[in-house]
Write a new protein. Structure first.
Length: 186
């Protein structure tokens, strides 16, 4: 069974995207030319999660975006933050974040709807989000002119470390607290 763990580690490590249990199973069955019980894969993943939760590792095996991926542990957030800051070309501008949040919460949504909410032209932001593969074209609206509908992609889930759209914070989560510091009370 130990050989199975090593192959699963290698598959997850080399995959640029989260790797689902079904993908792992297909790869291993093709490699070994034998049927492998899905429960063996689940058990191996569970043991690997436990193994990498140990403090001796700077990363952990996490389920994100519908699959498994090795992610750096929070204790190393500062050094990772420095690296990401240096690679700022991947950062999202305020306009892109606004556009992305509208798409995430209102999807599927047209560019016209986005521009109506933001009050400004969003061509550039939408194009940059498409280039970064955080949003994708979901089809065409039945409305006048059949405008393109946009929605979030699997890469969006991975980028923000969530498994589904339901994991996004809800507007009620942003409500102002009754006893917020600096607030005057009578």
């Amino acid at each position: 069974m130990d050989f199975l763990h090593r192959h699963i580690e290698a598959l997850i490590f080399c995959s640029p995207n989260p790797l689902g249990e079904d993908e792992i199973l297909k790869c291993l069955e093709e490699m070994f030319e034998a049927e492998i019980p899905a429960t063996d894969i689940s058990e191996a993943l569970s043991q690997l999660k436990k193994k990498y939760s140990n403090e001796e590792f700077s990363f952990a095996l996490e389920k994100v975006g519908g699959g498994f991926q090795f992610l750096t542990k929070p204790a190393y957030q500062t050094s990772i933050g420095i690296l990401l800051k240096q690679q700022s070309k991947k950062r999202l501008s305020t306009a892109q974040l606004e556009t992305l949040s509208i798409i995430a919460y209102k999807q599927p949504v047209t560019k016209g709807d986005i521009e109506q909410i933001r009050g400004v032209n969003s061509d550039y932001s939408v194009q940059k989000l498409l280039d970064k593969e955080l949003v994708e074209i979901k089809g065409k609206s039945d409305g006048l002119g059949r405008p393109i509908l946009y929605g979030t992609s699997d890469k969006f889930m991975e980028y923000f470390g969530i498994n589904s759209i339901q994991d996004l914070p809800q507007p009620k989560d942003f409500a102002k607290q009754d006893n917020e510091i600096g607030e005057e009370r009578e």
